[in-house]
Design a protein. Sequence first.
Length: 90
Amino acid sequence: MLEIHSMELLAALHKVEERGAVETADRVLMLARQVWEYWLPTTTSTQRNITEGLKARLTPYRGKSFAAIVEPARFGELLRAMKQYKDHAG
């Protein structure tokens, strides 16, 4: 039987982080955790969930904030500009 160890998964996640893809590394760990949580109850293996504790060893991912128009007058300007663009773009 093939076994995967937590340090192997951590090394792969660090390679993803080294590319600057911190969000991707976070998502890969989340997916790996889901796989292990699905797989472990279906096996007689003594292997534990290798994803436990790995999140603390990764660079924290902080979601990005996106610009927003919160003033009704400015939002109206945006809508008019979009309509004007659409009318001229054909």
